[in-house]
Design a protein. Structure first.
Length: 94
């Protein structure tokens, strides 16, 4: 997981405490809108208490999409459950 640059001007998007498949779909829609309208995003993951694989898949795909378009993508305050799940599934460098 890449921490967001503290001085970067990014659209901040918070993910919920329970980051499951339903929340992942909502985030995907928000990120798709931001992809065409923002210079980049910062995912605020401070409140995450539980995360499922679909949530991580959306984050990984978004990181690749933003990077491919030369846009910034990072995280602010990733909670331990998100970090642990990302490391377990091999997404920690996304």
């Amino acid at each position: 997981m890449t921490e967001a640059e503290p001085n970067a001007t990014l659209l901040s998007i918070a993910i919920p405490a329970i980051f499951d498949a339903g929340a992942a779909v909502t985030l995907l829609e928000t990120l798709n809108d931001a992809l065409g309208a923002a210079e980049g995003v910062c995912i605020d993951a401070a409140e995450v208490q539980r995360v499922t694989t679909p949530g991580l898949q959306v984050l990984a795909a978004a990181a690749r999409s933003f990077s491919a378009k030369g846009l910034a993508f990072g995280y602010a305050n990733p909670a331990p459950p998100l970090r642990d799940a990302a490391e377990t599934l091999g997404f920690s460098q996304t």
